[in-house]
Design a protein around this ligand. Sequence first.
Ligand code: BGC
Length: 498
Amino acid sequence: MAVGSMNVEEGTKAFPAKLTFQVFLCCVIAAVGGLMFGYDIGISGGVTSMDTFLLDFFPHVYEKKHRVHENNYCKFDDQLLQLFTSSLYLAGIFASFIASYVSRAFGRKPTIISASIFFLVGAILNLSAQNLGMLIGGRILLGFGIGFGNQTVPLFISEIAPAKYRGGLNVMFQFLITIGILAASYVNYLTSTLKNGWRYSLGGAAVPALILLIGSFFIHETPASLIERGKDEKGKQVLRKIRGVEDIELEFNEIKYATEVSTKVKSPFKELFTNRENRPPLVCGTLLQFFQQFTGINVVMFYAPVLFQTMGSGNNASLISTVVTNGVNAVATIISLVMVDLAGRKCLLVEGAIQMTATQMTIGGILLAHLKLVGPITGHAVPLIVLVLICIYVSGFAWSWGPLGWLVPSEIYPLEVRNAGYFCAVAMNMVCTFIIGQFFLSALCRFRSYLFFFFGVMNIAMGLFVVYYLPETKGVPVEEMAEKRWKTHSRWKKYFKD
Ligand code: BGC
């Protein structure tokens, strides 16, 4: 599986490398960070629709939910309940900022280990929560775990993977996010009828954290991070091991050159915002995450059980529907694992945007016609049709904006601003997830089915953005991105001196 020295199609050189077991193992273990993230995304919606949880912590929401003539779209509108879901993301923003420094100064591996410890302690606190303070405190620690993990894992994978397989290996992060979401929705389904079921659901977060904690002692630090911190010999040694070839000089020299530029930069954030050459990846990387969230995906991920209940399904039926949607999410991500390094990033992103636009608009239209302010939904088949449409929508996200929202920002920055630039993408993800988590239920209450049209329009905008502004990054070594892609892109080349 050795790779030649020149990739003619892309016009870029590929360094000698095999897809070794070492690299594969490192990527799988690091991607368990995605499992933690996904578990949390999947668990919150189900827990907040459990009666026992509402009775223990949000009795007023419980009462409202059971008032017979309550407005269909406003059953769950409660700021405090939404804060339970979204507090984690506020903590996550702060944490990923810290992690961007920790990861540059101490390496990717210790940052990943810290992520698992935060998450583990947060899970234990939630499991034993006696009051709202403990519950929110636990979520803040989980937010630290996710902030540290999401800041580091995709970068780690992009740095350790050979260019040719970088896309597929990176999508593993998203794949494990989807497995986490799926596992969580199944756990919710199992625990929803148990007394204190929510405790098992929330405490289950300790499992992915433990797997990551143990696993991360077996991963290698990335060569780029070692060389950046002056450990050249160790860097070479790791390169040889993970590439499975003796001839690593070419790649070593390229990383060495990048780190020399990098170490001259004392303040990466200042460099990121003031050097015009960083503008193209900054705009693209950050906007990709903005758009990822405004696909509306977390409306489904957080609130699918609530949405299905809004459409009149019982507790159980709505949890089962959620397991189905999440299963589709995981399976569809596998398509991306394979396609991302074959079809490329842009093709998947545009196709995904079209698919999501069509389904969001249709769901909006159906709800507009069949779910009035009060009274049951009209038309027996409607909940099933909406479920099918949601599955089509979710699969569109799963093979495009889901994985690529993480992959692309991790591969487009030069080393000196990579952590800082990637932080902007992670922070954008967290801010937008917070906004959706915090305000979606209120927005649903106010704008009702029109909300789906809003997301539909956002999907059109993001498709156009990709067509006109995003370069294709498939197969280009990370350290050559500026030369080969930004400097040659018709809309971005003006940001570079000759
Ligand atoms: C997104 C999450 C989303 C998940 C769904 C991730 O890439 O960042 O916000 O819930 O995909 O699979």
